[in-house]
Design a protein around this ligand. Structure first.
Ligand code: ATP
Ligand code: MG
Length: 357
């Protein structure tokens, strides 16, 4: 590589439904960014991790999927799921959730931002009022399969499900969140908790946050019980900059956040292994949208923004910024897809963004 930069190897998995329609637009915009910034990208097209593959092979991915992804830095992922032919739990556990676990993608990162030109479901909000990151713990916490039902089917039936948090697991997500906050101008971190009601794990989580805060004296830290935090997302979104939460609370917040900013067609997400021991995965928040697949009307922005996040993670900040500016401009001035009140199709919107990079 002429200027000595390391190549970025990117596995491209379109997946199912509108994943197959929005991925080409992300690649179109990436290609524009590659030309403009001379990015050392190497795309590795992958034709598995889809329900089409399942129909032929009876599984979502080949047995040697890990070998096939060897040396890959990032996975750009469209959407997975085609419930008409494959039950969601099979398609999800057979692909996306395998990546998350086996590649230790312990951070789920979702930027939440209100753009000019996008109608906001919250009255009176202007662009600039909503611009924050939700950092969700992605590997432990409330989502365990530890527990069971006793005396099943009787009047004495009892169910128990455990929450598991480790010092290692909590500290690494808190550290990541503090680092994000430290890199942003507002120097503020909000922590989701419920230490008044969940009286063992959540006070412990708060303690880990306090311990981590010692290393970041410049960051203003505020804790919120999850119930009032959800209300504040809606009522006072401008007070947030970086929000960190355990797996369950983060799951809820990372859907609530994007819902406050208009269409699901905009929201991107990153599943990160920050140490880069394994590839990280970048995907839109939305699913395969079988109801609109085949019409060419899906909004490609969530996919394109996910690709921009990927470039940022790979150290290509200038290319990320150019992609985001292009997205901003097209959202403000059109062409826009129907979910945004426009008439453009997926390709028209993607091409307009690519032209502005
Ligand atoms: P999941 O895959 O998380 O289970 P889901 O299948 O329930 O999600 P989606 O596929 O995200 O849901 O679709 C939810 C709704 O949002 C559908 O009506 C779909 O048409 C719409 N939608 C999703 N993504 C887009 C998009 N990119 N552009 C326009 N509309 C979209
Ligand atoms: Mg779905």
């Amino acid at each position: 590589n002429p200027d000595g930069r390391r190549r970025h190897r990117i596995a491209v998995i379109a997946g199912d439904g509108i994943g197959k329609e929005v991925m080409p637009e992300a690649l179109r915009v990436l290609s524009a960014a590659q030309q403009k910034f001379d990015l050392p990208l190497e795309l590795v097209p992958i034709d598995w991790a889809s329900c089409d593959y399942y129909a032929e092979h009876g599984q979502m991915m080949p047995d040697d999927w890990k070998q096939q992804l060897q040396g890959v830095d990032a996975i750009l992922f469209g959407a997975v799921g085609w419930p008409a032919t494959v039950p969601d739990h099979i398609s999800l556990w057979g692909s996306l959730l395998k990546f998350r676990r086996e590649f230790d993608q312990y951070i789920n990162l979702r930027p939440v931002r209100l753009f000019e030109g996008v109608p906001c479901p919250l009255a009176g909000r202007k662009p600039g009022d909503i611009d924050f990151l939700v950092v969700r713990e992605n590997t432990e916490g409330e989502y365990t399969n530890l527990g069971g039902v006793m005396y099943a089917g009787t009047d004495r039936e009892i169910v128990l499900q455990e929450t598991v948090m480790s010092r290692f697991g909590a500290d690494r997500v808190l550290k990541f969140a503090f680092e994000q906050a430290a890199a942003r101008p507002r120097q503020k971190l909000d922590v989701a908790t419920k230490s008044n009601g969940i009286a063992i794990s959540m006070p412990w989580w708060d303690g880990r946050a306090d311990a981590m805060a010692q290393h970041y004296p410049q960051i203003a830290v505020e804790k919120h019980h999850i119930d009032i935090l959800a209300a504040r997302f809606v009522l006072q979104p401008q007070r947030f900059d970086v929000v960190v939460a355990s797996n369950l609370f983060g799951d809820i917040l990372s859907d609530l956040g994007p819902a406050c900013t208009g269409t699901i067609g905009l929201a991107p997400s990153a599943n990160l292994n920050p140490e880069r021991t394994f590839p990280s995965l970048f995907e839109p928040v939305h699913g395969s949208a079988p109801d609109i697949y085949g019409q060419g009307i899906a909004n490609p922005v969530a996919m394109i923004w996910s690709a921009a996040l990927m470039l940022q993670f790979l150290g290509e900040q200038a290319a990320h910024d150019a992609m985001l500016h292009a997205i901003e401009h097209v959202l403000a001035h059109g062409p826009r897809t129907r979910d945004l009140g426009g008439l453009a199709n997926t390709a028209e919107m993607g091409a307009a963004i690519a032209a502005l990079v």
